[in-house]
Design a protein around this ligand. Structure first.
Ligand code: PLP
Length: 402
């Protein structure tokens, strides 16, 4: 186990609040001082626009920004830095693919396969482009454990299937999906794959080369980085063949009154002034995670998950949704006769932060017959003591409602 009390010392939010019990890292993570300092230091020491300034601080800013591409290449084992595009987050990355790839390649009767387990970010962009192109969306169904029924995948695939876009780790059940298997099945039928890594990259080792997907996306703020930065990793040949998503500065080669030509990848997809400070902050966050070790973080969360599942099983009124065999540190649940919003509000009086709502995954809520649930999610700064405190607070809330 990591020494969470020690880890917490790196995160100023925990010293700025007496006893903050933060169980909502699937929503966004807290930020280490090093990340906050890197953002602040960029603005105070080398603030300048990138890829254009011909003076020293501009070069420093450009180098700092571009060095994060190299960090991501090494952290995720991406074949080439040209395959790494900076975006605003997972949501924008998927919209980039659905617009820039989908608008060009999807036609009437084509189909897109997603699953019943997706975050809205991996549903709505596909619905929008499918409507425009009169394409179809098909869903891999969930079983009662909150796992994908892969047997159904072969029946969904036909000659019109163009892309399979799947979440790596569910933000509701914590299910870690067998994406390697799905990618192999897709490749046998020449179908592209997109993996939503919003909940995987921060929590366990991801190797893009080994995974061999066509598109991979994640958000900086879920891996200790700032908000407003995310990443799309895509095969070079795909990025080259796609039209730009947004037009403007940086993404062009030449602009005349009548038409424009495009910059090389990845800048072809980074129109306008980038989120420079946020990208630099993401680089610092990746350094922080690598210094601790992603495998250690994974093991830490696994122990927290096992402990919390045991503790939750001792509370009769608590019902957990999903029981996937392969899962990360996320538990979704409800308490008999207590609305999850009420539960969250009561826990907040004990300084406990949990998520309550539909978790941006309304199709899952529909499937389990609930409009909302409560959710706890763990990260490297949580420990057993906090879980004990959470369970005591839940029991106290139950007794108030009795
Ligand atoms: N995909 C998954 C699985 C998520 O959990 C989230 C956020 O919770 C997203 C996509 C969207 O991420 P963002 O809001 O950072 O774009």
């Amino acid at each position: 186990m990591l020494d969470a009390q020690n880890v917490k010392k790196d995160f100023p939010i925990f010293s700025n609040h007496d006893d903050l019990f933060y169980f909502d890292s699937a929503s966004t993570t807290q930020k280490p001082q090093a990340v906050i300092d890197s953002v602040s230091s960029f603005y105070s020491s080398s603030n300048a626009n990138i890829h254009r300034a011909l003076y020293k601080i501009g070069e420093t800013a450009t180098d700092a920004y571009e060095s994060v591409r190299l960090k991501i290449k090494s952290f995720l084992n991406v074949p080439d830095t040209h395959e790494i595009v900076f975006t605003k987050g997972t949501t924008e990355s998927i919209n980039l693919v659905s617009n820039a790839w989908g608008r060009k390649h999807l036609k009437q009767k084509h189909s897109i396969i997603i699953s019943e387990m997706e975050h809205h970010a991996n549903i709505v962009p596909w619905q929008m482009i499918a409507k425009e192109k009169q394409a179809k969306i098909k869903y891999i169904p969930l079983n009662e454990n909150g796992e994908l029924t892969l047997d159904a995948l072969n029946e969904l695939i036909d000659e019109n299937t163009k892309i399979i876009s799947i979440v790596h780790q569910s933000n509701v059940f914590g299910t870690i999906n067998p994406v390697e298997k799905i990618i192999k099945i897709a490749q046998e039928s020449n179908i592209l794959t997109l993996i939503d890594g919003a909940q995987s990259v921060p929590h366990f080792k991801v190797d893009i080369k080994e995974m061999d997907c066509d598109f991979f996306v994640f958000s900086g703020h879920k891996i200790l980085g700032p908000t407003g930065v995310g990443v799309l990793v895509a095969r070079k040949e795909l990025l080259k063949s796609m039209d730009p998503f947004l037009g403007g500065g940086v993404m062009i080669d030449e602009v005349t009154m009548n038409e424009s030509t495009w910059n090389q990848i990845p800048l072809k997809f980074e129109a306008g002034t980038a989120n420079i400070a946020q990208v630099i902050g993401l680089g610092e966050a990746i350094d922080y995670v690598q210094n601790i070790g992603i495998e250690k973080i994974y093991q830490h969360e696994k122990e927290l998950l096992t402990y919390c599942l045991q503790k939750f099983s001792e509370i009769d009124e608590l019902k957990i949704y999903g029981n996937p065999r392969h899962r990360g540190g996320i538990i979704t649940f409800n308490i008999d006769d207590i609305h999850p919003h009420d539960l969250a509000k009561f826990l907040d009086t004990d300084n406990i932060c949990i998520r309550a709502g539909h978790h941006c995954a309304q199709p899952i809520m529909h499937k389990i017959g609930k409009s909302s649930t409560a959710r706890v999610s763990f990260y490297l700064y949580n420990d057993f003591r906090e879980i004990d405190y959470l369970c005591e607070s839940i029991k106290k809330t139950i007794s108030i409602f009795k």
